[in-house]
Ligand binder design. Structure first.
Ligand code: SF4
Length: 321
């Protein structure tokens, strides 16, 4: 049985790690962009950000003054048990969010949309978001926090099957140009694309693709993987670099996630996980052991299954047909 005090303590540590320690995969991607960028201002920004991340780590202070909006992703093993159940789990995550707002500290960004009421703790109506997924043959829970910045760096369009790959590229470029020109999210960013599903699922998949996959990770479908690479290249060829200045480093990586959709449509979403791509992950085992990492490993074969059932063995997991 996983005890709630361990979940709360772990969640607090995750808030700290996410706000301060830039994940290695993103840092390496940023370093590569800095090494190849030729635009003067773009290059200046990239190097300043690399210094900034180092200073944040040494001083144990948040890497950006805008600490974004903290959100949680919980992956539960099918055999995992939590003392107090899901209600206690959610209380621990909401409590950790509130305490970290004062402790790290984080900017209290969450307000009521109409009355601008601010509880000064990043907790309120439907905040922070908590999304769930499941994993067969596991008795642990994985908790991921993402401090999502780039509030305006997302968009949606209902494409149609006839728009094809060219339509996808056109909308992708429309988004990146708008994000860059209008300062809707700080670049370079990890860009997530949701394709298919219903309108809401398209948005969810695109955001998860941006926030929950690491730089360099490719979709297991080779044709989708190829499109990810093409979009990345396309995004870096529009003449804009870091913070929309002249350059060629807008996209550190591009990830696409797909969902079966209505035969008449091809909904698409585009999301920017900004220059401060903040995520931290912990696995809490049944015996109370906690392991920290930065790869959420959210999209497992189980998550991407197409079949009705799922058959597992102790040695490996395989899809039933
Ligand atoms: S978009 Fe990201 S890097 Fe830019 S101010 Fe917001 S949180 Fe900071």
């Amino acid at each position: 049985m996983i005890q709630v005090p361990i979940i709360k303590e772990t969640a607090l540590t995750l808030m700290d790690k996410a706000a301060i320690d830039i994940p290695d995969d993103y840092l390496t991607g940023l370093q590569k962009a800095a090494d190849t960028e030729e635009g003067d201002l773009s290059s200046f920004v990239l190097n300043a950000m690399l210094e900034n991340y180092q200073a944040a780590k040494e001083d144990r202070r948040a890497m950006c003054a805008d600490t974004g909006v903290p959100r949680w992703y919980v992956k539960m093993g099918n055999e995992a048990q939590i003392s107090g159940g899901p209600v206690a789990l959610e209380e621990a995550l909401r409590g950790a969010t509130a305490e970290a707002t004062t402790g790290v500290p984080l900017r209290p960004n969450r307000v009521h949309p109409l009355w601008r009421t601010d509880h000064n703790n990043n907790v309120g109506l439907n905040a922070p978001e908590i999304e769930y997924s499941f994993e067969p043959d596991a008795d642990w829970i994985d908790i991921t926090t993402v401090h999502k910045g780039g509030l305006f760096g997302s968009d949606y369009r209902m494409l149609f099957p006839g728009d094809g790959i060219e339509g996808i590229k056109r909308f992708f470029l429309d988004c990146l140009v708008a994000f860059g020109k209008r300062g809707l999210a700080c670049q370079p960013a990890i860009i997530g694309v949701g394709l298919g599903g219903s309108k809401d699922i398209t948005m969810v998949l695109g955001k998860q693709a941006a926030c929950l996959r690491t730089v360099g990770d490719r979709n297991p479908d080779p044709k989708v993987a190829e499109l990810e690479m093409e979009l990345k290249e396309l995004g870096n060829s529009i003449g804009m670099g870091a913070m929309g200045f002249v350059g060629k480093s807008m996209v550190i990586d591009c990830h696409i996630e797909c969902g079966f959709t209505h035969t008449g449509g091809m909904p698409m979403s585009v999301h920017a996980f900004c220059l401060s791509s903040r995520r931290a992950v912990a696995r809490i085992h049944r015996d109370g052991r906690v392991e920290y990492r930065t790869d959420p490993n959210w999209f497992t074969p189980y998550m991407r299954r197409e079949t009705i059932g799922w058959q597992s063995t102790t040695a490996s997991l395989k899809q039933s047909v």
